[in-house]
Design a protein around this ligand. Structure first.
Ligand SMILES: CC(C)(COP(=O)(O)OP(=O)(O)OC[C@H]1O[C@@H](n2cnc3c(N)ncnc32)[C@H](O)[C@@H]1OP(=O)(O)O)[C@@H](O)C(=O)NCCC(=O)NCCS
Length: 198
């Protein structure tokens, strides 16, 4: 486990989760994505476009969100949705945690909540793509720690020398009530059109 020495302790117990988008969310999503230093301007624009599309079209957009807030400020979010023309496959499009909240288990809680919502909606597999660039090594470590397995590497996908990694997690058997203790149970305020996470 990484050290948090030198960082101010941040209490995660007062984090509130919600799924229903609000009018200020596109700006907050943009702020959060920009603050990571991970994403290009083009990628930030895509992140904002997804939440705007969700707000415009609702659940029919295919984009679903879980937002994490502390004292009214968005400190993390996940965006996911069913993969068209697949049986029970879901994509995790984005997951972001504000820099000063990283390494304290918030990403894991967001992802666990996302998986619970997906499982409750009948999803059985979650796919996530990321770059093989060195900068994303922590991101890949995060997915692996959360039970995602590397399924494929597409050579030179993003650019010559920058491969794409595709990870998968099978949810069947992972989100049964017997294992529910691994997941947070309280605090989600609504869940969009995918039903409430158990
Ligand atoms: C990836 C990200 C969402 C992870 O969130 P986080 O809150 O920092 O992660 P957590 O503290 O919940 O860590 C969960 C597990 O992943 C591991 N992990 C997280 N960051 C890691 C790192 N930098 N190096 C190694 N392992 C790491 C943790 O050790 C932990 O394992 P454990 O449960 O065995 O202790 C966050 O770091 C982030 O926003 N990164 C920038 C944006 C990004 O890359 N998003 C994904 C692509 S859209």
């Amino acid at each position: 486990m990484r050290s948090t020495r030198g960082k101010h302790p941040i209490e995660l117990s007062d984090i509130v989760f919600r799924a229903d988008p609000r009018s200020g969310d596109p700006a907050e999503v943009g702020r959060l994505a920009r603050s990571t230093g991970f994403f290009s301007l083009e990628e930030v624009a895509v992140a904002v476009e997804l939440i705007e599309t969700r707000m415009e079209k609702g659940g029919d957009s295919g984009y679903h969100f879980i937002f994490a807030e502390r004292s009214g400020q968005m400190v993390g979010y996940a965006c996911f949705g069913p993969i068209p023309c697949t049986l029970a496959g879901y994509d995790l499009y984005w997951i972001v945690v504000l820099d000063e909240f990283r390494g304290r288990g918030l990403g894991k809680r967001l992802l666990a909540r996302t998986e619970r919502v997906i499982a409750a909606a009948g999803g059985t597999r979650v796919y996530v793509e990321t770059s093989c660039r060195g900068q994303y090594e922590p991101t890949r470590a995060f997915y692996e720690r959360c039970g995602y397995r590397l399924e494929a590497v597409l050579k030179d996908y993003y650019a010559p020398g920058e491969d794409k990694a595709i990870y998968r997690k099978v949810l069947v058997g992972e989100n049964t009530p017997d294992r529910a203790g691994e997941y947070e149970r309280s605090g989600t305020q609504g869940s969009g059109d995918l039903g409430t996470a158990p």
